[in-house]
Design a binder for this molecule. Structure first.
Ligand SMILES: [Zn+2]
Length: 362
């Protein structure tokens, strides 16, 4: 008998330590597809369900969990990666961490490069490029405070494009920031902000290179809340990129004006010292408000803010959401200033303010 034959006999005599790769690939697919199906059903009819409710429903899916357990017991790195990615689509950080730990054990040399994840009620953070759990916890504090500021200033009811789903921020540690943070609406079930950072220790802004990451975060959340115009494939942005600048500035100013105890992280994030809301408003004082270009839209938003306040703008957006009166492209909401104006007038109780609104609106 040849050595080769002996090897085959020895292999056949031992019980398999792990399922063959084909089976674990199928198991990973079963797990991922169960999550995808749940997300697809939710996106069709979001109702009042939160992502935590969806996770509870998924916990009852025994076959999907058995499949995941078999993948976890395997040494199939591709299947483990597929499960880790799928877990993030439902913010299942425990599953993500279990798959991560198994991947780290099987390939210790690559472990440091594996991403980390952290979930909070309103968002999921993913840290790449060596951003660890400590950084994510620190950034979570920043984002929670910025979202609180958005609540206090505008009170938008919906943030993620699929109601109930958490907002995602993908934080990437890079050598140098070559493109600013940006909102990427193309992801399937939720809104995601791509967020490069150069400092793995703390959220510092502006960076040593003068990049305004704090303002950038406030700005991108404005895009997450509302995109303007008929959609990217059907024409130009109606807001000429002014809306997110306005909401970003407004929220920064809220931090600058806040009385009482300031969050600890604000000592390292000082963008509001360079971006003053009143100064920007003064700069546009002579501009005719309208929809002609970016300056005109900014002037319009500043005047609307001065006339009815940011909370009224938030209420108007919420009213349009509740009535479902806006087109969606890949589930991302698109608004028009015409509809916003009608909602503002409808919600305004004071007759003379209503008249001024009508005169101001394009
Ligand atoms: Zn922008």
């Amino acid at each position: 008998m040849s050595a080769h034959r002996w090897l085959l006999v020895a292999l056949a005599a031992c019980p398999p330590l792990a399922a063959p790769a084909g089976d674990t690939a199928r198991d990973a697919a079963a797990y991922a597809e169960a999550i995808e199906a749940l997300n697809a059903d939710h996106a069709k009819k979001p109702g009042k369900a939160t992502e935590a409710d969806l996770a509870k429903a998924f916990a009852k899916d025994k076959p999907a969990h058995k499949a995941f357990e078999r993948v976890l017991a395997s040494d199939d790195l591709a299947a483990l990666e597929r499960c880790a990615d799928a877990a993030l689509e439902l913010a299942l950080v425990d599953d993500f961490d279990a798959a991560r730990a198994r991947r780290a054990k099987l390939a210790p040399d690559d472990a440091a490069a594996l991403p980390h994840a952290l979930a909070r009620e309103r968002f999921l953070l993913v840290g790449e490029g060596g951003l660890g759990e400590d950084y994510l916890a620190h950034f979570a504090e920043v984002l929670d405070d910025v979202l609180d500021a958005y609540d206090e200033v505008f009170g938008f009811a919906e943030l993620s494009k699929v109601p109930g789903k958490k907002l995602r921020v993908r934080l990437r540690l890079v050598e140098a920031i070559t493109s600013p943070p940006h909102f990427a609406p193309e992801f399937a079930w939720h809104s995601e902000i791509d967020f490069p950072v150069v400092d793995a220790e703390r959220f510092r802004s502006p960076t040593a290179q003068g990049q305004f990451l704090f303002y950038g975060l406030c700005h991108e959340l404005g895009h997450v809340v509302a995109m303007w115009g008929p959609g990217p494939t059907r024409g130009d942005d109606e807001d000429h990129h002014a809306w997110a600048h306005y909401t970003g500035l407004r929220v920064l100013q809220h931090f600058a004006d806040a009385k009482g105890k300031r969050p600890e992280w604000l000592a390292d994030a000082r963008d509001h010292q360079w971006r003053d809301y009143a100064k920007e408003v003064a700069d546009k004082a002579a501009v005719e408000p309208g929809l002609a270009d970016r300056d005109a839209v900014l002037a319009l938003l500043f005047r609307l803010d001065a006339l009815v306040g940011p909370r009224a703008l938030g209420d108007a957006i919420n009213a349009l959401d509740a009535a479902d009166e806006r087109p969606r492209v890949n589930r991302v909401r698109y608004y028009s200033f015409d509809a916003l104006g009608r909602a503002l007038v409808k919600l305004e109780k004071d007759k003379s303010t209503r008249k001024q609104l009508e005169a101001l609106l394009p």
